[in-house]
Design a protein. Structure first.
Length: 305
């Protein structure tokens, strides 16, 4: 082989090696970029999650305030906060404002189904299933009263023998579909431990579920609640609702914190906390889960406008 041919072969070999190295380098760079993006996404998600959980902690502290003017409202009023470049919208829902699956009159459950436009067949199956399950369960003990005498919420009772220990158990009832359970979820509870709902914190849907209720009276009540100045003012009466509505005392609440980080990553945390009235352990976490079905739809909704 001539020297010219050797030089040509060497040149081709060098070109082939350089091309191979370029391909390897390009693949490595692409892999590095992917891993960097993945790490960044995980970091952003972790920040959003931390923001949401900080919101839960902030709401819990607000519920323990002894000054009524500093205590947050537990009727679903949104509280928007900003922290470390991110934003959190927090809502607190008093469980006494919801329909208790273990104690509420079946007529209230039927009224709620009608208010939420749940099919009649599903409604009948749900009410019949709840009643049957209650009969089969050991009757729960009534809430204790020592805490009430001391002016603090009663301890969260043991519900192991209750007909329902979670709202999710509605899915076990024959004829009740998952979509209907999701529509009911925000308005029913297992933590109220009462056969009445508290009209001072109950949402519109629950108030309208009261059999024979005057919708006009419900709207007047909601308007009065919306104009609350922070001082306790008894809500307007609900004529004909005495069998279903009565003032309650906050002892368990759902806290929903929806967070968006500065980069747009979102996370929502849903927790149910019980107020024990014990100085050394004033809060008991009853549920702790990621909120998947009720995030903010847009910027205006997120800001609570």
């Amino acid at each position: 082989m001539s020297e010219q041919h050797q030089r040509g072969f060497a040149l081709l070999l060098v070109i082939w090696v350089l091309a191979t190295l370029a391909v390897v380098a390009a693949g490595f760079a692409a892999s590095t970029r992917s891993e960097t993006r993945l790490a960044r996404n995980l970091y952003d998600a972790a920040r959003a999650r931390a923001l949401a959980e900080a919101g839960i902690a902030r709401a819990t502290v607000a519920l323990l305030e002894t000054d009524p003017r500093a205590r947050w409202r537990a009727d679903g009023t949104p509280y928007p906060l900003e922290f470390d470049g991110g934003r959190v919208r927090i809502r607190v829902e008093d469980e006494d404002g919801k329909i208790d699956l273990n104690r509420a009159p079946p007529a209230m459950l039927a009224g709620l189904c009608a208010e939420l436009d749940i099919e009649a067949a599903v409604c009948d199956a749900l009410v019949d299933g709840v009643v049957a399950r209650r009969k089969a369960a050991t009757p729960p003990e009534p809430p204790g009263v020592p805490g009430l005498r001391l002016g603090v919420p009663p301890p969260v009772p043991d519900r192991q023998d209750a007909a329902f220990t979670t709202v999710e158990e509605l899915r076990q009832l024959p004829g009740v579909d998952g979509a209907s359970v999701e529509r009911l979820r925000s308005f029913v509870t297992v933590y109220a431990e009462s056969d009445h709902i508290d009209p001072a914190v109950a949402p519109r849907e629950v108030l309208l579920a009261i059999p024979g209720i005057d919708p006009g009276a419900v709207e007047r009540l909601l308007a009065a609640r919306g104009s609350d100045t922070g001082l306790f003012v008894p809500p307007p009466a609900l004529p004909g609702a005495d069998a279903y509505a009565a003032p309650g005392q906050l002892h368990a609440a759902t806290i929903i914190a929806e967070a968006v980080s500065e980069t747009g990553a979102a996370f929502a945390r849903r927790s149910v906390v019980g107020l024990t009235g014990q100085p050394l352990a004033p809060v008991q976490v009853l549920e702790w889960r990621q909120q998947l079905d009720d995030g903010p739809a847009d910027e205006a909704a997120f800001r609570g406008n």
